[in-house]
Design a protein around this ligand. Structure first.
Ligand code: ATP
Ligand code: MG
Length: 346
């Protein structure tokens, strides 16, 4: 896989790709974004980057989307909090796939001592009934469990996890998912769940929490990112970094880029240079290469234009991650974590 160098025009890019100081204090990170933009990949890389140097990070998956296991080349995530990866410098990444039913049973057991009764409820499908009746209940149970993981302390008084990263619902659902206050209106006003919800609201609105949005330099993901930003601002939730995923390397300088975009590539020059390097090309291969170069240049130009739209988006920070040719294998996730570390994630 190829991690691109910052090329010509890279100065502005570099300035735009640092992890802002104000995010260094965050311990709870949600990673949202339009479907398929790379939420699971970015959440995994972020967990590795935050764990570097001997820290413990919990990576949480919600809604049974099963995106984390393939990223770490695992068949499935173990059902309970378990170590799934080692980060640079002895860091540890644990994973927890959030199972609403198990969380609900656990909740009934701890708050109402309803172990046996809860199992009976489960057998008659009461959980499905309860969550259908109050859709917000499911989100409150999940965010409540995430809070518990974030605030849990060991016997030595230290946090069980230095940071918690959530592979969160997509942008279309993120506002609702995190709007615990609204969800509470649907359900009981009193009792342990109300007390828990108040604490969740406090955590989500504190500097401990940051919500990152993954996007691509394409119009639909950018539009969804802008909409999610507005929604989160209205809910008074802090948007952390906008993570621009799958960016292309700047392999051409400005003049070459402009010419190639117009369809002008120095064919004979390319052929001569490759022949010098011991790679003689047939006419057909040369034509194919030139077409690919033109297409590449047009995509790069499209990304550059889209990047300008991003300048109007007001997030705490912006990071760019390169397109890894051939997709993201386990080594690729570590490479992306390295890019994040170099941008200042810690
Ligand atoms: N920087 C990258 N370079 C190349 N491929 C990438 C990159 N980031 C993600 N991908 C690939 O894109 C695909 C979608 O990524 P991922 O599963 O992380 O997205 P997602 O937003 O979690 O999707 P979903 O909405 O389905 O949960 C995967 O095949 C992943 O390997
Ligand atoms: Mg996913």
């Amino acid at each position: 896989m190829v991690v691109s160098e910052v090329g010509p025009g890279g100065v502005a890019r570099e300035a735009a790709t640092t992890w802002p100081e104000e995010l260094r204090g965050a311990r709870l990170h949600f990673v949202s974004g339009k479907g398929g933009t790379g939420k699971s990949t970015v959440a995994s890389a972020l967990a590795l980057a935050l764990a570097a140097g001997g820290k413990r990070v919990l990576l949480v998956e919600v809604e049974g989307r099963a995106g984390i296991a393939p990223t770490f080349e695992l068949e499935a995530l173990p059902p309970t909090e378990s170590k799934i990866a080692t980060a640079h410098g002895d860091g540890e990444v644990y994973a927890l796939p959030m199972d609403v039913e198990a969380t609900f049973l656990d909740y009934l057991k701890t708050n109402y001592g309803m172990g046996l009764a809860a199992r009976a409820l489960k057998s008659i499908g009461a959980i499905e009934f309860a969550t259908t009746l109050a859709p917000g209940l499911k989100d409150i149970l999940i965010t409540g469990k995430i809070m518990e993981c974030t605030q849990r302390r060991g016997k030595d008084g230290r946090y069980a996890y230095d940071a918690v990263v959530v592979d969160a619902p997509p942008t279309g659902r993120i506002g609702k998912f995190l709007d615990v206050t609204r969800a509470m209106k649907e359900i009981a006003k009193a009792g342990p769940i109300a007390g828990q919800a108040d604490r969740v609201v406090r955590l989500l609105h504190s500097p401990d929490t940051a919500i990152h949005l993954v996007t691509l330099l394409e119009s639909l993901p950018l539009q969804e990112t802008a909409e999610a930003m507005r929604e989160l601002h209205e809910l008074d939730l802090r948007v952390g970094a906008v993570v621009v995923n799958r960016t292309l390397p700047q392999l051409l300088d400005e003049g070459e880029l402009a010419a190639a975009t117009d369809g002008t590539v120095d064919g004979p020059g390319v052929r001569a240079a490759l022949a010098d390097a011991g790679l003689p090309l047939s006419d057909g291969d040369l034509a194919g290469l030139l077409t690919e170069t033109i297409q590449f240049a047009r995509t790069v130009q499209g990304q550059d234009e889209a990047r300008e739209d991003l300048d109007t988006i007001d997030a705490a920070g912006r990071l760019e991650l390169p397109l890894l040719t051939g997709g993201v294998d386990l080594g690729g996730v570590y490479d992306l974590a390295q890019v994040l570390a170099e941008a200042g994630v810690k």
